[in-house]
Design a protein around this ligand. Sequence first.
Ligand SMILES: NC(=O)c1ccc[n+]([C@@H]2O[C@H](COP(=O)([O-])OP(=O)(O)OC[C@H]3O[C@@H](n4cnc5c(N)ncnc54)[C@H](O)[C@@H]3O)[C@@H](O)[C@H]2O)c1
Length: 320
Amino acid sequence: MINTLAEPGKIFFITDENIYQLHPEKFSGKKLIVLPPGEKFKKQSTADDVILRLIEMEADRDSLLVGVGGGVITDLAGYVSSIYLRGIKCGLVPTTILAMVDACIGGKNGVDVGVYKNLVGTIKQPEFLLYDYTFLTTLPKKEWINGFAEIIKHACIRDEDLFIQLENSSLEELIISPLLVASLIKRNVEIKYNIVSRDPLEMGERRLLNFGHTLGHAIENIYHLPHGHAVSIGMIAAAKLSKRLSGFTQSGLEKLSSLLKKYQLPTELKMDIEKVWQILIMDKKRSGNQMKFILLHKIGEGIVKPIGLDELSNLLKELN
Ligand SMILES: NC(=O)c1ccc[n+]([C@@H]2O[C@H](COP(=O)([O-])OP(=O)(O)OC[C@H]3O[C@@H](n4cnc5c(N)ncnc54)[C@H](O)[C@@H]3O)[C@@H](O)[C@H]2O)c1
């Protein structure tokens, strides 16, 4: 299939050192760019390095860039492919749970600017997504935990049955059950795909996918938290706001908190609220004096609620 998108000599792969060391056979004989791993390399200078390598390797407009990795690599590959020569084709092979259920779907890509998450980027759909579950055999447990934050997010905003399924399951059971995991991933891909295909440019419904991410993104790089941990803490903060503003119940909050803890995700963080606020107000969901915050009406039903910045600031101070 891949050879119908570009000639073999014009297919360029990008991955990170961890993945390359664990799965060298997947890349044998391929034109490959290997990047250092981690969020701290998801920045413009790394994108520039990739572009220089593509120039050296004579990638042209007919080339295809394939990102093989977690969300950092899929975000970088999508971003570089959308700006190199004003856009070349791109394919994504997600290798973490988080990238499989979330990061590689929907076409959003980008890089961080200092502590500001994903401040620069584009929306460009890849030509293909390829799911190779054998990558998961080497995924460290902490990365499974990270990925489950986005799975729990999907359950919260759209799928109460999925929430109940997760309550009745466990990480330990899932890690050793490839078929169960494959069906769980498929269900999550469908949830995200259905939302983004109806609203590709995030004018409405797609905003729901930001549940937990407004505060999550603000604390992720300040406190050097894994993405899933930041989102988990952000979901609890958003659920507490939901209790105040959208009729979410105390029992809903307790269920969410128990589920996150069951999947070994953190629910609390002592934060410097002033510092967090300075980052939060740069969020892409801000419009003038309002922030489009994602709240829960109940488990399985997310809503978009514009909140005035003054009110939001006061509420966050009370929550901390
Ligand atoms: N574009 C989007 O819509 C979107 C959505 C959600 C998250 N994201 C982004 O995704 C990023 C987080 O993604 P992530 O959690 O996958 O992080 P990541 O890409 O940093 O991967 C996490 C770690 O796992 C390692 N790894 C990856 N696959 C492996 C494998 N199969 N075996 C062993 N180790 C492996 C990596 O080397 C890295 O150390 C964040 O930058 C976030 O902003 C983007």
